[in-house]
Design a protein. Structure first.
Length: 263
């Protein structure tokens, strides 16, 4: 493995639900430090792709190579343990727990490790949570309050801070700002830019092309369960991407000058 070894190299990834071909023969590559977007119409297979590469579901076919090593994730925890952090389209936070408990959900810090009788280290979790939120610039007034009283945006920021804080290899955000207001969206975008500066590779799914063009290096277009092409952001434009998403533009007609990854 060298500095140019892709963080993620996916070939032939396929998932069919009975007769529904959610994803067919997907090829995808993410380079070190790269931020890429996944775009496509509703039902194009974007979330299915994310579920397959994060162990939520198992593919029918295909290979996933993470930093030069072929992997297969049995569960989301398995993917997390290998450094892939994901914020899913449907948020997975516990409403009744406070911020530190949510951040450390499933990987609680302990003072005494006695299996089910372990003693949790609340102080360490509070301190680490505060520093994770600080790194991402997220401001939460009172961390000991349950999430129930927080806005959608604040919750989303907690989820993203959690992912950003733990991500070792890669972070995946499935429509992180779809339900957010203008200020909260800007906050999340600033977090993403901070991850870029730290060199953490990222995949973002977004229907917001302004956001996509502002944030990422490369755009992968999904259409009817296939990845039909990828374009370097600086070599394309929103009109072209819309044409690819809707089918008005045939990817085969695009210039091949782009340094596109094999796809
Ligand atoms: N568990 C499932 N069982 C059956 N069909 C499914 C299942 N999950 C997804 N599908 C189908 O697979 C296709 C792709 O769905 P997916 O959720 O990946 O789309 P998407 O690109 O994420 O769309 P959106 O932009 O609306 O989030 C859709 O036709 C969907 O109905
Ligand atoms: Mg989706």
């Amino acid at each position: 493995m060298n500095a140019n070894t892709p963080v993620l190299h996916i070939t032939g990834l396929t998932k069919h639900y009975g007769g529904v071909k959610a994803l067919t023969d997907a090829h995808f590559q993410l380079l070190p430090g790269e931020h890429v977007a996944i775009v496509g119409d509703n039902g194009a297979g974007k979330s299915t792709f994310v579920r397959l590469i994060t162990g939520v579901e198992q593919p029918n076919a295909g290979e996933i190579v993470l930093s030069g090593r072929t992997v297969s994730f049995d569960s989301p925890l398995d993917a997390r343990e290998q450094g892939i952090e994901t914020v899913y389209q449907t948020l997975a936070l516990a409403e009744d727990l406070d911020v530190p408990a949510n951040i450390f959900l499933g990987r609680e810090l302990t003072r005494l490790n006695l299996g089910p009788l372990s003693v949790l280290n609340h102080k360490a979790m509070r301190e680490r949570s505060a520093s994770m939120l600080a790194t991402t610039g997220v401001k939460i007034q009172d961390m000991s309050e349950s999430l129930r009283g927080m806005s959608g945006g604040q919750r989303q920021c907690v989820a993203i801070a959690r992912a950003a804080g733990f991500a070792k290899n890669l972070i995946i955000l499935d429509e992180p700002t779809a339900a957010l207001g203008v200020a909260e969206t800007a906050r999340v975008e600033a977090i993403i830019q901070g991850l870029k500066a730290r060199g953490v590779p990222l995949i973002i799914i977004s229907h917001n092309l302004r956001q996509v063009f502002d944030l990422v290096d490369r755009i992968f277009v999904f259409r009817q369960g296939r990845i039909i092409c990828n374009r370097l952001t600086r070599q394309t434009n929103p009109e072209e991407i819309v044409g690819l998403i809707t089918g008005a533009i045939d990817p085969a007609t695009l210039s091949t000058e782009t340094e596109a990854a094999p796809c």
